[in-house]
Design a protein around this ligand. Structure first.
Ligand code: NAG
Length: 349
């Protein structure tokens, strides 16, 4: 009898395991639902107070006592045939006052606040020979807002990248070993690289903020394993022409919730015939570092956007001190429905 009960319990546990799947599944599903249901309070076509578009904005909380600097955004907008990255501050996530600008040809910035209130920024800098990633280190929020960096490095394009192809859309996964000295730390950065087979995923490790101590980690052995494969899983079946690759796997941003690690990442199927058709279908995915799989997001926007790219995500306290997941997506001009621009919204967790 006791043995039968034991077997029954084992059977229930096994079946339960099959139904519930991995431990992170419930959390991932909850996050997916919150991200998909874009609230009516969402801001479309985000702009700073000068009227510059805030393309691909990454927003973080500063914890500064001055409420006018409670949040910082880094973003880019068109400038002289290229782009420039802007830095802006806000007290309420809605009104953004630009405080400085990066160099001509900068775009796709990301920002991280370090444990001691210093900051790291990463972005993509234009080169005719293929864009490269630059990293900047700031000693304080004041320095960040003024773009007065203490040091900066540029990451050389590794030899395995085809000539003329870019490295871009950096995100800062994490920094380890840091206790106030950037020259004694290990930084993990995610990026995409261009290839004749479209954009693919890579990541790299920078030791002691030294451009000569860079180690590349490529798919499937990226810092977040198989993140590229998890997106190709969705893109390959959507491919309409076998003569072309299955599309781009591009920008990403990572976060942790409930003790689990996730990333949002963009991808677009390819081979519909024209670039504009392909760009009409930029999709974003929720990658689960525990299961190494991605779920496809299905954003429900008031204007019915068919395309939402360049996901950025931060968990922070909103202006009412509610803990929220804050998201931005870039809606490209090719999208049907919504006008092009950055979509910003936040949802209580
Ligand atoms: C946000 O703050 C600005 C002042 O910095 C103010 O003009 C604006 O009305 C505020 N917006 C909201 C939605 O609270």
């Amino acid at each position: 009898m006791k043995r039968v009960v034991q077997i029954l319990i084992i059977a229930i546990v096994v079946i339960g395991g099959l139904v519930d799947g991995a431990p992170s599944d419930t959390t991932r599903t909850l996050l997916k639902d919150k991200i998909n249901n874009v609230p009516s309070s969402a801001i479309y076509g985000l702009e700073d107070t000068y009227g510059n578009t805030m393309d691909c904005a990454k927003i973080i909380q500063t914890f500064d006592t001055d409420v006018t600097k409670r949040y910082v955004a880094v973003y880019h907008y068109p400038w002289g045939g290229n782009y420039k990255v802007g830095i802006a501050k806000s007290s309420n996530l809605t009104t953004w006052q630009q405080t400085s600008l990066l160099e001509f040809g900068s775009s796709q910035a990301n920002i991280m606040r370090l444990s001691d209130g210093r900051y790291l920024m990463a972005w993509e800098q234009t080169y005719s020979s293929g864009n490269r990633i630059r990293l900047r280190y700031f000693l304080s929020l004041t320095d960040l807002l003024a773009d007065h960096s203490d040091d900066w490095i540029e990451i050389s394009i590794p030899s395995w990248v085809e000539s003329g192809k870019a490295i871009g859309t950096p995100n800062i996964y994490t920094i380890t070993g840091y206790s106030g000295n950037i020259y004694s730390s290990v930084l993990y950065v995610g990026a995409h690289y261009g290839s004749s087979n479209h954009d693919r995923q890579t990541s790299f490790k920078v030791t002691n903020f030294n451009k000569n101590q860079v180690e590349w980690l490529r798919n499937p052995n990226t810092y977040w394993p198989s993140i590229e494969d998890s997106v190709l899983y969705w893109l390959i079946p959507q491919q309409t022409s076998s003569s072309d690759g299955p599309g781009n796997v591009g920008g990403r941003d990572s976060f942790a919730y409930n003790g689990y690690q996730f990333a949002l990442i963009e991808g677009n199927p390819w081979g519909t015939g024209t670039d504009s058709e392909d760009f009409k279908h930029w999709q974003s995915f929720l990658y689960d570092r525990q299961t190494l799989n991605s779920d496809k997001l299905q954003l429900v926007t008031s204007c019915g956007a068919t395309s939402y790219a360049n996901p950025h995500v931060t968990l922070l306290n909103d202006p009412n001190n509610v803990f929220v997941i804050l998201l931005t997506f870039f809606i490209p001009t090719e999208s049907v429905g919504c006008d092009a621009g950055t979509l910003l919204y936040w949802v209580p967790l």
